[in-house]
Design a protein around this ligand. Sequence first.
Ligand code: HEC
Ligand code: HEC
Length: 328
Amino acid sequence: MRELKILAVVVFFSLLTYYLVEPYAHHEMHKKVDADGNEIKIESRGFVYDGAADVEEAERAGDKELVAKKKAFWSDVKKISKLKGNATAGEAGFGMCMGCHNGANMNMGGVIPPSLDHAGAIYEKDYLIALIKDPAMASNVDHKYADTMTHPMGSIKTMFTDDQSIADVVAYLMTKKAGEVTPKEAFSEACMRCHAMRYAKTTQLGDTPKFKHEKDALAHKIKVIEEQDMVKAYMGKLPPDLSMIIRARGAHFMETFIENPQTQLPGTSMPRVGLSHEGYEKVKEYLTEIGDPSKKHREEVGPWVILFFIIFTILAYLWKKEKWRGHH
Ligand code: HEC
Ligand code: HEC
């Protein structure tokens, strides 16, 4: 029986380390504190965009005027969210979006407007409403703009001036631009205009084609550099390559950062992207597939290895008991 007890103790402490101690240590090492040394808890908000986090941020900064502005904005979003949108009427409005989101791969004010083919599946409904109302406020980068018109999508404000037309175009997106989306499509539409993925051979211009001639490869490289220079000018720095990011950052960091980049990097120029929970899961799947391709295999094999050890230990124990029968 002693061996089984030892095994039980080893298993117990391994599981304890894995499920409790490691995440706890990770949390302790990455504590965020405010100016007075009080810990700021960064918690996932379940990919709900109701402005609560933005209001808290403004309150922490002690900016009363900003608090009022954020509260008013998000309460308007809530009001529009309650309207019944008409998808058919929204189709005409969507035509205006296509003026920029047209797949021409042309840089507009800093980045290439992303494809909206799966916008209804990867973005959260209230975030889309907020984005059409005021892109800078929605993505929580209004601190960068004195006037929202200067945001590269800022002119949207002049196109959708009444609440019902916003509700209609969002209804159109949520019904006609949803459907199945692959992890790669989710990443391309939500992140690729800013982030390259070296390991997946994609840049801000999309998949890098295979070239027969060195000259064509070099010409493409120059186009990529020109595009990256424009993104750099827009963001203040070139957004990092994300090939390995899923291994470098824990799950909690990734989730809360994507929900609201300001929580983890205060003052960062990366906009909030507005992913829905489903959209985030798809993006995460793609980052894992590229950055840690053996993860799935490890997870599939893991339980079998543990089962093997348990059975092996029991057999060894039985065998030992058999061998030593009658010796004492
Ligand atoms: C004047 C050009 C323009 C128009 C018109 C426009 N967009 Fe955009 N849109 C952009 C640009 C540029 C970006 C990228 C902005 C960025 O990454 O900072 C963008 C980004 C987006 C994003 C991703 C934003 C995010 O935060 O993840 C969505 C979704 C979107 N637009 C939807 C729409 C919809 C819906 C419409 C029509 C109701 C529309 N856009 C109209 C230029 C435009
Ligand atoms: C409009 C451009 C833009 C878009 C779109 C964008 N990012 Fe970023 N991202 C940035 C910039 C700029 C930085 C650098 C931030 C800094 O250092 O302040 C960054 C940094 C990051 C980081 C690194 C944070 C760190 O630890 O330093 C991660 C992770 C990240 N982005 C993930 C994503 C994912 C996933 C998406 C798509 C869902 C995405 N980003 C969409 C601009 C963007």
